[in-house]
Design a protein around this ligand. Structure first.
Ligand code: IMP
Length: 423
């Protein structure tokens, strides 16, 4: 398969978990390189549904190695809990999961601060997952973070933690929050360190050695292009680089070791949390929600829904250098009589064919739609390109053409076999 970066082309929740799972078959190693427990990758194997937040979904397949890279922010308690859940379901973790010693930790004060700041924002909420992601990355950038290597250092960790708790308790006080107990957090951290210690390694060196030996690596992106801290709809973004470049910095694998970039996009658009969304459509949201679709995997929140936005998707293809695309949730559109694709924006009477950097401009953009007829039949049973109705094929070809990338995978349902590969 060669070394592949998989990224989301929209605002996250593109159905990456399923595509990662099917691509994992051809990979030896699966790597998470950014984000944290804010992600929620849903994978369905047989009758069992798994929702993974930190552990790469490669863990569900025997003989695959998984890495949580240096760019991830790791909540040690959430990770221990996820490992426990996996083991309870019979999934082997030890010997398969490698945790970067350099990854930063999400600590209890990060979670509290995330929640406090969201509450204080009132009308300007970001709609974060409240998993402490922003405050943890802020500490990393401020060089006041604690890392996995600190957590497992029994001698040095207590003093480092004490200092961090002291400083953060002072901040929490300004929000009217109760102070955290150093003794309690230390005891919890010690217990988590005990479970995680055997998994910790220098993943940068380990990964590069594996690549030298000819192993194939799949980098599973979390969140999506427009949640990227640099390229997304700031400040309504997450705090990491969700785009292809983030896979390299977050793993220590150089760009010239990457062979291809696969972008995952839904056949329509969704977004959780706040921020501009030009093609948002209540009608489409009502339809998808009534089908039981489009509720967040991490928070259970109903996702905002809208028509496929080719302006955004084309921009994502450019930033990520997408060679190929996977289109998911095609079956969500099966019942519609007519479909809309946004092919441009109109901003203050002028036509735009790109995403404006200014958030207020994006919020003021009116979509210019191209309408296509629906296919009005189920695609859930399609297993080859030819099985798809002509209208669905035309819709997919239009999307790929507008994005300027090769259509490689179409997903027509959550199960592994509801996947069409195009050669
Ligand atoms: P945070 O990453 O929890 O700080 O949240 C910041 C923004 O990113 C919010 O709008 C979240 O809803 C969104 N977000 C974070 N992770 C995901 C994800 O995995 N899927 C979709 N949206 C996400």
């Amino acid at each position: 398969m060669a070394n592949t970066i998989l990224v989301g082309a929209q605002w996250g929740d593109e159905g990456k978990g399923k595509i990662i799972d099917v691509l994992t078959e051809q990979a030896d190693i699966v790597v998470r390189s950014q984000g944290g427990a804010n992600a929620g990758h849903t994978v369905i194997v047989g009758d069992q549904q798994y929702i993974l937040h930190l552990v790469p979904s490669g863990i569900l397949r025997p003989r695959k190695q998984c890495v949580i890279g240096n760019g991830v922010v790791v909540d040690p308690f959430a990770l221990v809990e996820e490992i426990r859940m996996l083991e309870e379901l019979g999934v082997k973790v030890d010997g398969k999961l490698h945790l970067s010693d350099a990854a930063h930790l999400v600590m209890p004060y990060h979670r509290l601060l995330d929640a406090c700041r969201e509450t204080r924002r009132r009308g300007r909420k970001i709609g974060t997952t409240r998993r402490g992601i922003g405050p943890a990355y802020a500490d990393k950038a401020a060089r006041t973070g604690l890392r996995v290597m600190d957590l497992i250092d029994e001698e040095r960790f207590p003093a480092m933690l004490k200092e961090r708790i002291r400083e953060n308790n002072a901040v929490l006080k300004t929000f009217g929050e109760k102070p955290l107990s150093y003794a309690k957090v230390l005891a919890d951290c010690r217990a988590a360190a005990e479970r995680l210690r055997p998994l910790v390694t220098n993943t940068v060196v380990w990964l590069n050695r594996q690549i030298q030996r000819g192993k194939n690596v799949l980098f599973e992106g979390a969140q999506g292009t427009f949640l990227d801290i640099d390229h997304g709809t700031y400040p309504y973004v997450t705090s990491s680089n969700t785009t292809a470049g983030g896979a390299c910095t977050g793993s220590g694998v150089a760009p010239n070791r990457i062979d291809r970039v696969v972008g995952v996009t839904k056949a329509y658009t969704t977004r959780v949390g706040e921020g501009p969304f030009p093609t948002e459509s209540e009608e489409l949201g009502d339809l998808l929600h009534s089908m039981g679709r489009e509720f967040g995997a991490t928070t259970g929140r109903p996702r905002r829904c809208g028509w496929f936005d080719a302006v955004l998707a084309r921009h994502a293809a450019m930033i990520n250098g997408m060679d190929e695309i996977a289109v998911t949730n095609l079956d969500g559109l099966d019942t519609l009589e007519r479909l809309r694709i946004c092919v441009g924006y109109r901003l203050h009477g002028r036509k735009l064919d790109h995403v404006p950097a200014n958030l207020h401009d994006l919020a003021a953009c009116e979509p210019i739609y191209r309408e296509l007829p629906g296919w009005r039949q189920s695609t859930a049973g399609a297993r080859t390109w030819k099985d798809l109705p002509a209208g669905a094929r035309r819709y997919l070809e239009t999307i790929a053409g507008l994005m300027g990338a090769k259509l490689r995978i179409v997903s027509v349902g959550p199960a592994r076999d509801q996947t069409i590969f195009l050669d």
